[in-house]
Design a protein around this ligand. Structure first.
Ligand code: DC
Length: 219
């Protein structure tokens, strides 16, 4: 039995999940795990191999040959694919365009969910994604569903200099058969549209405390 805790943060693209997870990780000394980076890393490798992301059997065959390793660097999760740690490529236009298609393949999800769960074997985590509260850690009492107005979310990506059709990704991520994005049972809902980072994190901490979370602030 392990005694590590998991905070699950789910929500659509550019809703503020990774910002919140990063801030909670810094404030309370938890490991921040971006599950989206894992889907992005597999997608990046699929594209590198010249495999068509729309061909599930070809993606599954490529996945079978992939050596995927998850780790931690400081307080942040890492993903290594066949010995390589992709960096900025994870957020390229090509990856943005194909990641939802690859993430809809049940075999891909199965393999990555196992890796995501493995973190609890050695550390407390704040993990962000689309199915963390529903599938990866359904039993954790600490769940937040984060959202923001559609135009606010689209603008955030533009401000980051990214070409990312967030609405298309959201549609795909919410309508797929396996582990679609939805509000987990017991999740507290946080709309970040009008929040600053600081006030959004404070609001999230209050919601988590309301769910019974007791965390000690890092010095
Ligand atoms: O959080 P992100 O935008 O980096 O995620 C990229 C894509 O990965 C997202 O559009 C859908 C997929 N994803 C998923 O299906 N399940 C997760 N838990 C996290 C991400």
């Amino acid at each position: 039995m392990n005694h590590h805790i998991a905070i699950a943060i789910d929500g659509p693209a550019a809703s503020g999940k990774s910002t919140l997870a990063r801030e909670l990780s810094k404030r309370f000394g938890l490991t921040m795990v971006s599950s989206g980076e894992m889907y992005r890393a597999v997608t990046w490798k699929v594209l590198e191999l010249g495999v068509d992301p729309k061909n599930p059997s070809a993606v599954i065959a490529a996945l079978d040959g992939m050596d995927l390793e998850c780790g931690v660097d400081g307080r942040v999760s890492t993903i290594t694919v066949d010995g390589e740690r992709p960096g900025a490529e994870l957020r390229s236009e090509a990856v943005n365009r194909s990641v939802s298609t690859v993430a809809a393949i049940p075999e891909v999800r199965h393999r990555l969910v196992d890796l995501q769960r493995s973190y609890l074997g050695f550390t407390d985590v704040v993990m962000e994604g689309r199915d963390i509260g529903t599938v990866v850690f359904p039993d954790t009492p600490f769940k937040i569903y984060i959202d923001a107005d559609a135009d606010v979310r689209a603008n955030r990506r533009v401000e980051m200099g990214e070409v990312d059709a967030v609405h298309d990704r959201d549609r795909e991520d919410s309508s797929r058969k396996t582990a679609p994005l939805k509000i987990a049972e017991g999740a507290a809902i946080l709309d970040t549209s009008k929040h600053t980072i600081e006030s959004g994190v404070d609001a999230a901490v209050s919601l988590l405390e309301g769910q019974g979370l007791e965390l000690r602030k890092q010095p």
